[in-house]
Design a binder for this molecule. Structure first.
Ligand SMILES: Nc1ncnc2c1ncn2[C@@H]1O[C@H](COP(=O)(O)OP(=O)(O)OP(=O)(O)O)[C@@H](O)[C@H]1O
Length: 359
């Protein structure tokens, strides 16, 4: 007998990148640019999949090959098993109705009301008027904008505009929702409410979401899986908690640190000197991540090594069961003491470094 889970593991991914590369050809004085290099990844149906990278890393291009706005120069992108690059114009149009998209600057039509913006994809798909009214009213209810249906975009806040964008993207009941830095133009509180809405939409409709961002906070807030992109290559990918627990590359570590608040407090940073001076103490920065994130390093430093240790700042956060954060400590500047302290930290599989010396 075939085990029950065999069927599930063989499920067609919602999106598959199979060795995808994209090079924009040289034009005039501009050299050719390879925006995507040999990318392979699977997005499972119903997942919220985040792609994080710095400016120019290739995030938008990666999103645009999913809905066929760009064609790969090598490899294939499969959406629900269909090779997007092999579709003709008419098939591609039909395919795009199954892929919604939301944007950083909302891209609403200013001359249309909220209702008419959301109705547009349905009108283009040839839906009947009463079906359009039913669907749009339901969507406006879902995004909490039923009372704004007759308003124009200029009369809405940024968060409300993005809610309209989300309702419009969902109008044709897509299987996939692409999010292009959808919260980058919003303040932190509005960002949270939009991310909550996307989570709710995902849970209610099962739509697969692929979002690109340069903010680790967004990944942490709603993604199940994440890929880190740099210079057109995926340098790490996996469940979000794995990335937080054990970032393997310097880029991923710095993204994790941006959420974990690894920075030395400003007042202390100004007083740090690169070398020890008379009576100074060494300032150690310890990154808490992985299975040993909560190891009792302070008591071990004090008790087993006899090191006089002072806590200068610290922050610890959690994703599910995984703890991560940073601790800033000071110990006597004696090189033997510093080496013993770092040895103990690293012995627990944690990263530690001397950030400087403070008198
Ligand atoms: N149509 C194009 N023609 C030529 N080069 C392009 C084109 N689109 C993107 N590129 C180049 O490809 C690389 C990746 O661009 P992309 O927009 O995908 O990056 P990104 O990670 O989304 O950046 P940002 O966060 O700044 O939007 C960049 O070097 C960019 O200049």
């Amino acid at each position: 007998m075939v085990p029950a889970q065999a069927g599930a593991s063989a499920a067609v991914p919602a999106i598959r990148f199979d060795r995808v590369s994209k090079t924009f050809p040289a034009r005039g004085r501009h050299d050719a640019v390879t925006a995507l290099q040999d990318i392979s990844l699977d997005v499972a149906p119903g997942q919220i999949f985040g792609v994080i990278g710095r400016s120019g890393a290739g995030k938008s291009t990666l999103l645009r090959v999913i809905n066929g706005l760009e064609k790969p120069t090598a490899g294939r992108v499969l959406v629900d098993g269909t090779d997007v690059g092999a579709l003709g114009e008419a098939e591609l149009r039909a395919q795009r109705r199954r892929i919604g998209m939301i944007f950083q600057h909302f891209n609403l039509l200013s001359s249309r009301t909220v209702f008419d913006n959301v109705a547009l994809p349905l009108e283009l798909a040839g839906a009947k008027r009463d079906a359009i009214v039913r669907r749009v009213d339901k969507l406006l209810d879902m995004v909490g904008l039923a009372d704004k249906r007759g308003r124009y975009p200029a009369e809405l806040s940024g968060g409300q505009k993005q809610r309209v964008g989300i309702a419009r993207a969902l109008a044709t009941e897509p299987r996939v929702l692409l999010s292009d830095e959808a919260t980058s133009a919003l303040d932190p509180e509005t960002t949270r409410s939009i991310l909550d809405l996307l989570r709710r939409v995902n849970a209610l409709t099962g739509v697969t979401i692929v979002l690109i961002t340069h903010e680790m906070q967004v990944i942490k807030a709603i993604c199940d899986s994440v890929a880190v992109i740099e210079d057109g290559r995926i340098i790490e990918q996996g469940p979000v908690y794995d990335l937080f627990a054990q970032p393997r590359t310097a880029t991923a570590r710095s993204f994790v640190a941006s959420v974990a608040g690894s920075a030395i407090p400003a007042g202390l940073a100004e007083r740090l000197s690169p070398r020890p001076v008379e009576g100074s103490r060494a300032v150690l920065r310890v990154v808490l991540s992985g299975p040993q994130a909560t190891a009792p390093i302070i008591s071990e430093l004090a008790r087993t090594q006899g090191i006089d240790v002072q806590i200068l700042s610290g922050q610890i956060d959690r994703i599910g069961e995984v703890a991560f954060g940073t601790l800033v400590l000071s110990v006597p500047a004696d090189p033997a003491v510093v080496a013993a302290a770092l040895g103990l930290v690293r012995g627990h599989g944690l990263e530690g470094e001397v950030a400087g010396y403070v008198a």
